[in-house]
Design a protein around this ligand. Sequence first.
Ligand code: IMP
Ligand code: MG
Length: 178
Amino acid sequence: MKYRIRCHLSQPEIAAAIETLAARISADFAHRDLMIIGILTGSIVFVADLMRKIALPHEVGMIQASSYRGTATSPGDLLIHLDAIPCIAGKDVLLVDDIFDSGQTIAAIMPRLMEMQPKSINSAVLLWKTARRTVNVVPDYFCFEIPDEFVVGYGLDYNNQYRHLPYLGVIEQLEDPT
Ligand code: IMP
Ligand code: MG
């Protein structure tokens, strides 16, 4: 099967949205003890760009969660590994993910982090597929609402490929000539 990647959000569009988001976060978290917690692996590029635009001293940690393992779009069991994060007790945590799809990942991680007694927890995502939400939680911050299409690039993968693309694209299947 042959695929083509159609650009959905360009590098400059993403950069501009992140700058706007970082300004909001910088204002909202001024004089607070901000700790960014990124969700591996999809958020790595977003976290790297966002943290460098936030004009406040802050800490960064990563946790691992995967809901889509093996194949591209069928959710498997959600695995959450919290062992590697720094101490979040008393901190104002900003949980950062690449995309809010069903919302199951963020909804499952939030209570696990609450057990560690942070002062507050908010969530930020680059993309929000608003039509697919199945949980009673919404992201506190987001850059773009997107339609229900599978996107890759800028950290997001299809079978662990395409994370390196500097833009966000939609995978299109090309006609099979046979
Ligand atoms: P949720 O738990 O359904 O909100 O799914 C969130 C996770 O699913 C994200 O962290 C992504 O890793 C993955 N995911 C959801 N939609 C897409 C997509 O369109 N492309 C790539 N990964 C996706
Ligand atoms: Mg993910």
